[in-house]
Design a binder for this molecule. Structure first.
Ligand code: NAD
Length: 501
């Protein structure tokens, strides 16, 4: 839907024309630009070059040259760290501009976009600290005259591919760690939300990152992303996006046996016992379902409530959810913004229709909202959802909460694990044993106990099963972008191998 009226905050706004960054040069595309229509405002806000396979090849060649001959991999950790710290300061200084871009291009509320920028700057600082601490091991227990040293070397050229739902935050979960390790990179943001990643390119140049170390391509996945996953000069792929494209990425990487790190989808259970602090949980449930309009790998989209409290809790969640403020993403009081594209809105609607056909009840919402801006969806709750329904197993990626019930702890664990994903989960109970049992038995990369979606740069994040491979953040995050090399050193005379001495 296009805007009925131009929103006040965008009255004097002019669409921004971006260029790609290849080998330190801001580069136009060969063909017509891709236009981004703001999902929450219905007007064109950005134009990006439609990158091609040839652009990808030039960017990879630049990254290869910068790795094989440039100063970046051989600088000291302290030098790289100082540049990353400067980048963090510049991110903080330009946070309003970056948050504005993420807000208008993705449709997320501006207050939330600003929060993500604060988190992103912190990650750059954390990665800067790790850059100085990267180290290997030594073994002097291998016998007289032998010393073993295990080095950690930068893996090489890394392709970084990111999705549209947290544009600046997700590139910040990858790029600073790759840079801290001494890698060079080709980065491709989503074709729907490339703006803030391109501004990051300006920031990195200003911070002192040499030409070719960070190349930023725009364009579609099949055109410009695919060559980044097959090219023999790429050593590693760090991908965040859908499980389907993740699978394809892994298959592409197999041709040249690249290392692959994947952050994929989720269908995250929140298991609630009768002794939980229900006031806290109800607030968390509404936040978990409608944060980022539910377009969140970590969305708490699957409530598994104890049968004895299910009716009361569902009614209370519906009451709070009906008060969630849906509206213009640029309004600082908006809590639920727009849906990324009209096609995605339709897909969410189809999930709701199919769930109702399968026997679920629409306890709240269920429909698109016409706010005279872009495309929006009402906060939605489906009750009476059964574990085998599509809405209970598949990622809806919209503001749709499914309510399931359980009677025993074993049943709750069985339902929680009865899906292909394993990104995150939560348990709500005042009983320590209950929390720990769920924490140990649910197969997910993160399990929250009496909280939801809390995170910190120090804590690793990633998924079990089809939610991905590898972990981001945490103190080992830099190591993901390294190879280990064994130096086995001999000193003095040997006793001989085959030839007697
Ligand atoms: P997507 O898989 O459609 O796209 C992700 C990126 O891959 C985009 O940059 C896209 O252009 C690119 N791409 C598409 N086809 C490609 C191809 N053939 N080769 C190479 N690259 C290609 O995902 P999306 O719709 O942008 O994002 C939503 C998905 O991301 C959801 O499934 C969500 O769960 C997932 N996600 C996961 C995490 C996590 O940390 N686990 C975080 C955020 C989002």
């Amino acid at each position: 839907m296009t805007a009925h009226v131009k929103p006040k905050a965008l009255e004097n706004f002019k669409a921004r024309d971006f260029r790609m960054l290849i080998d330190g040069v801001w580069t136009e595309g060969a063909g017509p630009a891709l236009e981004r229509v703001a999902p929450g405002h219905g007007i064109v806000v950005s134009r990006y070059p439609a990158g091609t396979k040839a652009d990808a090849e030039r960017a990879i060649a630049a990254a290869r040259k910068a790795f094989d001959h440039g100063p970046w991999p051989t600088m000291t950790g302290a030098e790289r760290s100082n540049i990353l710290l400067k980048a963090a300061d510049l991110i903080a200084a330009r946070a309003d501009e970056l948050a504005f871009l993420d807000c208008i291009e993705s449709g997320k509320p501006i207050s939330q976009a600003k929060g993500e920028l604060g988190g992103a700057a912190d990650i750059w600082r954390y990665a800067a600290a790790l850059a100085r601490d990267l180290h290997g091991e030594s073994y002097n227990t291998l016998g007289e005259g032998t010393l073993g040293v295990v080095l950690r070397e930068a893996i090489g050229v890394v392709s970084i591919i990111t999705p549209w739902n947290f544009p600046f935050l997700i590139v910040s979960q990858k790029l600073p760690f790759a840079l801290a390790a001494g890698c060079t990179t080709v980065v491709k943001p989503s074709e729907l939300t490339s703006g803030s990643t391109l501004v990051l390119g300006e920031i990195l140049i200003e911070a002192g990152v040499p030409a070719g170390v960070v190349n930023i391509l725009t364009g579609t996945g099949p055109e410009v992303g695919a060559p980044m996953t097959t090219h023999p000069d790429v050593d590693m792929i760090s991908f965040t996006g859908s499980t389907g494209v993740g699978r394809l990425t892994m298959a592409n990487a197999a041709q040249t046996l690249k290392k692959v790190s994947l952050e994929l989808g989720g269908k995250n259970p929140q298991i609630v016992f009768p002794d939980a602090n229900l006031d806290e949980f109800i607030d968390a449930a509404v936040f978990g379902a409608y944060f980022n309009a539910g377009e969140c790998c970590n969305a708490g989209s699957r409530l598994i409530l104890h049968k004895s409290i299910a009716a009361e809790v569902t009614a209370r969640i519906a009451d709070l959810a009906s008060k969630v403020k849906v509206g213009d993403p640029l309004d600082p009081t908006t809590q639920l913004g727009a849906i990324i594209t009209p096609q995605h809105l339709e897909k969410i609607g189809t999930f709701v229709i199919d769930a109702a056909k399968a026997g679920a009840s629409v306890a709240l919402g269920g429909e698109a909202l016409d706010l005279g801006l872009g495309q929006f969806m009402a906060p939605t709750i489906l009750s009476g959802v059964l574990p085998d329904m599509a809405v209970a197993r598949e990622e809806v990626f919209g503001p749709v909460l499914s309510v399931l019930t359980f009677e025993t702890t074993e049943e709750a664990i069985r339902i929680a694990n009865a899906i292909d994903y394993g990104l995150s989960a939560s348990v709500w109970s005042r009983d320590f044993d209950t929390c720990l049992t769920i924490g140990r038995k649910v197969r997910a990369g993160t399990v929250w106990m009496n909280t939801f979606m809390d995170g910190a740069s120090e804590l690793p994040f990633g998924g079990y099963r089809q939610s991905g491979l590898g972990r981001e953040l945490g103190r080992h995050a830099v190591e993901d972008y390294t190879e280990t090399k064994t130096l086995n050193m001999h000193m003095g005379a040997r006793t001989g191998w085959w030839m007697p001495r």
